[in-house]
Ligand binder design. Structure first.
Ligand code: AN7
Length: 356
């Protein structure tokens, strides 16, 4: 048994690094693929649903896969600073990997629209946080402009090394199952991740590591659903702040993934997203952030309708950890406040009897 040292070392022969490259890693990747046991029964269909729990990466989201590559290559090129626009997770990840590398991270975030945990961790990693009175899309535009005028490397997913790192999630799924799933469901915001998964699955299929490729199903929040509407959205709104994005950068790549895989895009009301997040916590013991639950909301709807037929093997990516957004969780559980009792044996006994 060798010590796991991150996805670049694991998939080195499929990534653009050399023997001399200094790898900037926090041992990201190698996340669990967990088969759901109760939800298929609840929805009453014979399907195998697996979740790829990316919330167990070092900073709590899938962004770490792309960031280990992007920061490794930035450092290799001699960069002293990285920059990104973010709805929260990219900024947290960039900040952590910059800290690890000993370089500076500048992050542009929409003021008041970042989940509390993401802000807290980004502060702790000591990034230079620049809040803007505008949304992610505006931040992305500014980042692209400023990179022409300042010595900073962009680490948003327009950086192709991000996509290379993130494609390893598809490798891990195939390596774990021995085949690619029939359907791969994931939330879509800036559309880097759907691009990366499709790249990974195609690469493995081309090299005959697996014989099949999944149908790619991209799910969005109803208020931020440019792929469902077929056009950019200027004022995206959703409770799932991670995917509050109206002008996705990987527009053409995501459409190619949909077309080539025979897949589709769909959208979900905030209530449906939050209901899926609660179900996953309550019935499976898996706490993801709201945006991540969009993948399960989509899978459940399409399984129930038969669009995804019985007998299918389905993987849902859970992109981020629920602990990142404690305010949404407390809001969801507002009616389930803890009971407060006397610190006596009798009172505890009564509380247990009441709760059984
Ligand atoms: C939990 O952090 O864009 O479609 O700036 O944090 O690849 O953008 C986050 C995106 C899904 C969407 N789930 O992925 C950012 C950012 C979570 C996310 C997405 C994000 P992409």
């Amino acid at each position: 048994m060798t010590h796991y040292t991150g996805l670049i070392n694991r998939y080195r022969n499929r990534l653009p690094v050399s023997a001399n490259t200094r790898i900037i890693s926090l041992n990201e990747g190698n996340t669990p693929l967990i088969q759901l046991q109760n939800i298929p029964r609840i929805i009453g269909k014979e399907v195998d649903i697996y979740v790829k729990f990316e919330g167990l990466n070092p900073t709590g989201s899938f962004k770490d896969r792309g960031m280990t590559m992007a920061v490794t290559k930035a450092v290799e090129a001699g960069s002293q600073a990285i920059i990104c626009a973010s709805t929260g997770n990219t900024s947290a990840s960039a900040a952590a990997y910059a800290a690890r590398a000993g370089i500076k991270a500048f992050v542009l975030i929409p003021e008041g629209k970042i989940a509390l945990g993401k802000l807290a961790q980004t502060l702790m990693y000591d990034a230079k946080i620049i809040q803007i009175s505008g949304n992610f899309d505006r931040g992305m535009t500014l980042v692209k402009e400023v990179a022409d005028h300042a010595p900073v490397t962009i680490v948003n997913s327009i950086n192709p090394f991000r996509i290379d790192g993130q494609k390893t999630a598809a490798f891990e799924i195939v390596d774990a199952l021995g085949f690619a799933p029939d359907y791969h469901c994931l939330p879509v915001g800036n559309a880097g991740n759907i691009t990366a998964y499709w790249k990974g699955y195609k690469e493995y299929a081309t090299d005959r590591v697996c014989g099949n490729r999944p149908v790619m199903c991209g799910y969005q929040a109803a208020g931020a659903a440019p792929f469902v509407l077929g056009e950019m959205v200027d004022n995206p709104e959703t409770v799932a702040t991670a995917i509050r994005i109206g002008h996705p950068q990987s527009w053409d790549f995501a459409w190619a993934a949909q077309r080539e895989s025979g897949g589709w895009f769909d959208k979900f009301a905030d209530e449906d997203i939050l209901a899926a997040q609660k179900m996953l916590s309550q019935y499976e013991g898996i706490f993801c952030e709201p945006a991540s639950a969009t993948s399960l909301a989509g899978a459940m709807r399409d399984i129930k309708s038969g669009k995804i037929p019985e007998g299918s093997k389905i993987v849902c990516t859970l992109t981020g950890n629920g602990i990142k957004d404690p305010e949404i969780a407390m809001m969801q559980c507002a009616d389930a406040k803890p009971v407060t009792i006397d610190a006596s044996l009798d009172a505890v006994k009564r509380a247990i009897l009441d709760g059984l």
